[in-house]
Structure formats: structure tokens, C-alpha cells
Design a protein around this ligand. Structure first.
Ligand SMILES: Nc1ncnc2c1ncn2[C@@H]1O[C@H](COP(=O)(O)OP(=O)(O)OP(=O)(O)O)[C@@H](O)[C@H]1O
Ligand SMILES: [Mg+2]
Length: 510
């Protein structure tokens, strides 16, 4: 294993980046940016979607080479030209999108990542290291488990163990809590504190201002590729001030939408949907959703929310029950037929089931209309029209970094979500199923998404909002229910709901 000396300069600067600039395709993404983290601290890195947070950390870990700038480790200028070199210098990063081989076991993934020079010789040794490191830092995981059978939180444990086993003392976590439920996030944040207390330098990229205020020692804020607040102690900062630093203006609070329920648009009766592993996902669930209302479904992730969303949109089959869309039974209908009835979806994982990363922005926008608006004689596509529509959508939804030709994968998280939203919230929308629609989005992008949902509901659409973010549920819904073990266990008008009441319902039925 790689040995990295534990620094005795507790509190000294562990990693510093000075005057870093980086352009992609002639566009400056980092512009004279800087960043520094000390030993023994949790340092929050904050900024809007597309601000350059992932990019600057990718420079620190040798994924990208900066055009100009200096990286220092322990005060010594160091050239880091690859992730392997970063690892050699004790820097490890857990990326926003995990980099594990799903068909491999945990131990196999560790062995694969280690490479020949890390000194991990075989699977047995890798498995022993996983077990030992796991119990040392309190992140137990079965080394023989296949990654595809693990939950998101467990996969993240594997990623964290991977960087620790490879000897990281500077640990960078890129939006680790975006994929976690509130409880999982709390335990991860406690874990990062433990890492800092044992002398590591921890960089925590996050959009959740309460995490910054509650769990970091210092904060750096980036905006438009520049560092606008560097190395500022968190004590004394509040969420409003951080938001202002981030976007350079005050954030207006969300207006409250009054419900004007119209006719039922989506009716679900006694719905049962199995999980992929055969267990029960949705278990005899019923609900009624009317035009002009947002029904928020709160609950700890993993209680059947995914199966419910998948089944409504037509990606999972119900073993029992019925679904009516605009008065028509659709439980056996195709995805296309349901879309024809105006059903739209914002999935929780935008690149797994919403967008195709390797296709262009224009193609992603046109994807749902290939048989209609964009089809031409003999199966040709109306490319010019696709490009024009894409340009209009980019302007209307203010999708930063997008051109019709650019691959969707190159957009930052928030801008990818805007792209999806601009396709789904169209004039034919009748029912919108929004599953964690603001996961990983910054304050301003959240506001945009929430505003777009409210606007379409005010215009008569119905929205089913499934989210494990209680704040989102409370601020956006007009009616709220709690989902637990595949059923809805409580329901009340939003004005009667409080976080305590919902939390209690979630716990009592867990
Ligand atoms: N390989 C690349 N090629 C072209 N553009 C890129 C590439 N990587 C990043 N970008 C662009 O650089 C900008 C900064 O992206 P980055 O991923 O660093 O943002 P971020 O602050 O991490 O945002 P988010 O909070 O959404 O993750 C974005 O506009 C993005 O589209
Ligand atoms: Mg990022």
C-alpha cells in the first residue's frame, strides 16, 4: 500500500491551487481561480451549477491539466498530471458520478483502481483491506458484494473506502449528499468530521447551505469560474449570506401556490409493483391527483418511490391495481401512449432515464418528438428545425454552457436539469411526475425548477412531487402524504404540515 506520512503541521495548508485557468473549446471555465484547504478541517466548496467546482478539483487530482496555475501540497509546488500521481501525493476524490464497475465485486473494484504500483497483490488482500479500513473508519461493507446489488449510499462507501485505502489524506467529496436521504447525509457529514479530526483535509462540495453552515469549518465560494470568497471561516455566516455570495444577489423566497383543485387527472388504485430483486416496492397504494395541485410524497428513499415513479411512467409493470390518466385506464399502456395523454416525467437520475449524455442538446430535446414534429420524408429528420427549436429552448430556459450541437454530458448538473425540464414542461403537459427534481441543483436553479413546476400547475397541470427532501416537499406542495413501505401512510393539506409531523410519520412507519 502507498504510505503517506501523517503531517505534523496540523492546521497548515494541505492543498493550495493558485491562479488556475482552464478553457474548454475556447471557453474559459476557470478564470484565475484559487482554493486552499488545511489539515484537520472540513472545507466547503460552494457555487452555482457550472461555477467550476468539479473542474478545479479535477485539476487538483490530475484529471484535467490547467492552462495556467500552480498546485501546492504542503507548501511545495507540485505537478500533478494524472489521478495516479494525485493518489501518490495522498489526494483522493469521490466523483459526482461514481466510477465503479457494476458487475464487479467491491474487492475487485478496489484491486482494479489500485493499479500495479499500489502494492495490493490479489483479491484476498483487497478484501482484507476493505474489511479493515471499513471497520477502522466505520464504513462497513461486504467486500464480496457485487456493486450492482448495492444501494447508492453503499456504493458511495465503496468509493470513499477506495480513496482511503489508496492512502488519501486529502479527501475531496464532490456533492456526496446529493444522492443521499436526509439520514444518510447526516451520517456522512458526521463521518467527514471524523476524517478531519484524524488529521485529514476534507473538501466538501455541496449545494445545501445548511450543510455548509452546520458541518464545515471554512468555505470557499466560486462564481463563473472565479473564486469570489476564499477561505472564509464558517462561524458567523448564515444561509442567506452564503446564497448572496453564491449568486451575487438576494434569493427571493418561493411564492406559495394556492391549490385550485380541478378534475382528477391521475387516479391510482391498489397499485402493487415489485422491485427488481422480487421484493415489494409499491404495496397496494392508492391516490388521486387533480389539476391545479401539487401532491408532495415525502419519505425516506427506498420505500417504493422509485417503483411508483417507474410504474406511473410505464417503465415498470404493475402486478396489481389500476392507473387512470385523464379518465383512461393506462396501467397496461406503453410509455408513448402515456406521453400522448400528456404524462411527463422528471426522473431522479437525469442521465439514467431522462437524457442521453452522448447525444447532442438538440437531439435530446427532439427525442420525444421524432415521430411527429421532426420527421420528414423517408425517415429523414428535420435537423434545421431541431437546431432552431434547441436554440430557442436554450434561451428561454437560460441553459448555460449549451449549444444545439454540444453533448448533453458536458453540461453541469443544473443545466442538464434545465434541458430536461424544457423538454418535459411543454404545452401538452397534463400530469408531471417529478422525482427529486432539484437533486444536486444550486439555489438559483432550484428556484427555476420550482418556479417552472408552479407555473405549469397554476396553468392547470397536476404534479406528483416525490422527494426525500422535506424542505422541498414543504415549500412546494399543496397537499402532502408520506410514503412508507410502499404505501401512503398519512395525508394532509400542506398548510397543516410541519417537518416534525412528517418526520414522526416517517419514523413511526419505518
Ligand atoms: N470536458 C469538458 N468539456 C467542455 N466543457 C466542460 C467540460 N467539463 C466541464 N465543462 C464546462 O465547465 C463549466 C463548469 O463545469 P463544472 O462541472 O466544473 O461545474 P460545477 O460547479 O461542478 O457545477 P455543478 O454544481 O452543476 O456540478 C460548465 O459550464 C461545464 O459545461
Ligand atoms: Mg460539479
Amino acid at each position: 500500500m502507498i504510505a503517506v506520512a501523517v503531517p505534523d503541521r496540523e492546521g497548515g495548508v494541505a492543498l493550495a491551487l493558485h491562479r488556475v485557468s482552464k478553457s474548454f473549446d475556447g471557453r474559459k471555465v476557470l478564470d484565475d481561480a484559487r482554493f486552499a484547504v488545511r489539515w484537520g478541517e472540513v472545507h466547503a466548496l460552494l457555487g452555482e451549477n457550472g461555477a467550476g467546482k468539479s473542474t478545479i478539483m479535477n485539476v487538483a487530482t490530475g484529471v484535467y491539466i490547467a492552462d495556467t496555475g500552480v498546485t501546492e501540497i504542503d507548501g511545495v509546488a507540485t505537478r500533478i498530471a494524472s489521478p495516479i500521481e494525485a493518489s501518490r501525493h495522498g489526494i483522493g476524490m469521490v466523483h459526482q458520478h461514481f466510477r465503479l464497475v457494476n458487475r464487479f465485486t467491491v474487492a475487485e473494484n478496489i484491486l482494479l483502481a489500485a493499479g500495479p504500483e499500489a502494492g495490493i497483490r490479489n483479491l484476498d488482500q483487497a478484501a482484507r483491506l476493505v474489511a479493515a479500513k471499513g471497520s477502522e473508519v466505520g464504513l462497513g461493507i461486504d467486500p464480496a458484494a457485487r456493486v450492482c446489488d448495492l444501494s447508492v449510499a453503499e456504493r458511495q462507501r465503496v468509493e470513499i473506502l477506495k480513496v482511503l485505502i489508496l492512502g488519501a489524506r486529502i479527501v475531496i467529496l464532490d456533492e456526496p449528499t446529493a444522492v443521499l436521504s436526509d439520514q444518510e447525509a447526516t451520517s456522512l457529514l458526521r463521518f467527514t468530521r471524523g476524517l478531519a479530526d484524524t488529521g485529514h483535509a476534507v473538501v466538501l462540495i455541496t449545494h445545501k447551505l445548511r450543510e455548509v453552515v452546520g458541518h464545515s469549518d471554512r468555505v470557499t465560494v466560486m462564481r463563473g469560474g472565479r473564486t469570489v470568497l476564499a477561505d472564509c471561516p464558517t462561524t458567523g455566516l448564515d444561509e442567506a449570506e452564503l446564497a448572496r455570495q453564491m449568486i451575487g444577489e438576494r434569493v427571493a423566497p418561493l411564492r406559495h401556490l394556492e391549490a385550485h383543485p380541478g378534475a382528477p387527472r391521475l387516479v391510482v388504485r391498489d397499485l402493487t409493483v415489485a422491485r427488481a430483486d422480487g421484493g415489494k416496492g409499491v404495496d397496494g397504494l392508492s391516490l388521486e391527483l387533480r389539476g391545479g395541485e401539487i401532491l408532495g410524497i415525502a419519505g425516506v428513499g427506498g420505500n417504493g418511490q422509485q417503483q411508483l415513479a417507474d410504474c406511473l411512467i410505464g417503465l415498470a409493470t404493475a402486478s396489481r391495481g389500476e392507473i387512470q390518466l385523464m379518465g383512461r385506464p393506462v396501467v397496461a399502456a406503453s410509455v408513448a401512449a402515456r406521453r400522448g395523454g400528456g404524462l411527463r416525467m422528471i426522473p431522479s437520475d437525469r442521465f439514467a432515464s431522462g437524457l442521453i449524455g452522448d447525444m447532442s442538446v438538440a437531439e435530446n430535446l427532439a427525442m420525444t418528438h421524432l415521430a411527429g414534429r421532426y420527421s420528414r420524408w423517408k425517415g429523414f429528420l428535420a435537423r434545421g428545425r431541431m437546431r432552431r427549436d434547441a436554440r430557442a429552448a436554450i434561451t428561454t430556459f437560460n441553459i448555460a454552457g449549451a449549444t444545439p450541437e454540444r453533448r448533453a454530458r458536458l453540461l453541469s448538473g443544473g443545466n442538464a436539469q434545465k434541458l430536461l425540464l424544457s423538454r418535459e414542461v411543454d404545452s401538452e403537459l397534463t400530469v408531471l411526475v417529478a422525482h427529486s427534481p432539484t437533486r444536486g441543483l444550486d439555489v438559483k436553479a432550484c428556484q427555476f425548477v420550482h418556479g417552472a413546476i408552479q407555473d405549469s400547475v397554476a396553468a392547470g397541470a397536476a404534479c406528483l412531487l416525490i422527494s426525500d427532501d422535506l424542505e422541498e416537499i414543504l415549500s412546494l406542495s399543496t397537499r402532502i402524504a408520506v410514503m412508507s413501505r410502499g404505501r401512503l401512510v398519512g395525508e394532509f393539506p400542506a398548510r397543516e404540515a410541519t417537518a416534525e409531523k412528517l418526520g414522526l410519520l416517517m419514523m413511526n412507519h419505518a
